[in-house]
Design a protein around this ligand. Structure first.
Ligand SMILES: [Fe+2]
Length: 222
């Protein structure tokens, strides 16, 4: 088994989960005190995000500073009881803190078109995106259909679904959100245990070393 063929197998696939078991959106709406689609009303004005600023809003700070207390238990439950079934029989480490995304109206949610290999992510990874609000049309992810194809598709993700895509080998990014609602999502990476290798690579986003116990869970999931 090699990771590239597993990523190709999962590329653009969507999977439904039970939102009554994993009510991520309700938890976040309680935290923010507003509907996620209206977050832009309270965040102020931002220039078009670049790679260096696409994690910079107050909503990002609120997400990460409250993550351990309110989201971590349900996220781990989701990984161990839902995602693990999708990956069976592969064992994996998982991203400890998912990456939070906000697509404000007339802005992008990823600062540049890229492959994650540019950001030090390694070939043993898989990537999943979980839409929470308005992950559709111009507000969603744009990716190459196949690596180096310059043939593009939009991947939408209604609440209650996740999708995977080949973040290492396919160029991807976001266009301006031309709707008048905020797009909200998070995404996370898995490191396949059979293929994992030690390196000193560091995540560009949160400056954490890409190792189990740091960026990834210290224990692997079956
Ligand atoms: Fe990416």
């Amino acid at each position: 088994m090699d990771a590239a063929s597993l990523r190709t197998e999962f590329h653009t696939k969507r999977f439904s989960y039970d939102i009554s078991k994993y009510p991520f959106k309700e938890i976040l709406e309680n935290l923010y005190g507003c509907e996620l689609k209206f977050l832009h009303k309270y965040l102020g004005e931002y220039n078009e995000f670049k790679q260096s600023t696409d994690q910079s809003t107050l909503a990002h700070k609120v997400f990460y500073s409250n993550y351990n207390k309110i989201l971590k238990p349900i996220y781990i439950n989701f990984i161990e009881n839902f995602v693990a079934h999708l990956l069976y029989p592969h064992k994996f480490y998982y991203q400890l803190i998912p990456t939070f995304r906000i697509g404000l109206p007339n802005n992008v949610f990823v600062g540049e078109f890229h492959k994650d290999s540019k950001y030090n992510h390694q070939s043993y990874e898989l990537n999943f995106n979980l839409g929470l609000e308005n992950y559709e049309g111009s507000a969603s992810l744009k990716t190459e259909k196949k690596r180096n194809s310059d043939d593009w598709i939009i991947l939408e993700c209604p609440y209650g679904e996740i999708f995977s895509f080949d973040h290492i080998d396919c160029l991807h990014g976001s266009e301006l959100n031309t709707t008048n609602e905020t797009m909200v999502s998070f995404d996370f990476r898995l490191a396949l245990k059979e293929l994992y290798f030690e390196s000193d690579a560091i995540s560009i986003n949160n400056k954490t070393i890409l190792k189990p116990g740091y960026y990834f869970s210290s224990d692997y999931v079956n």
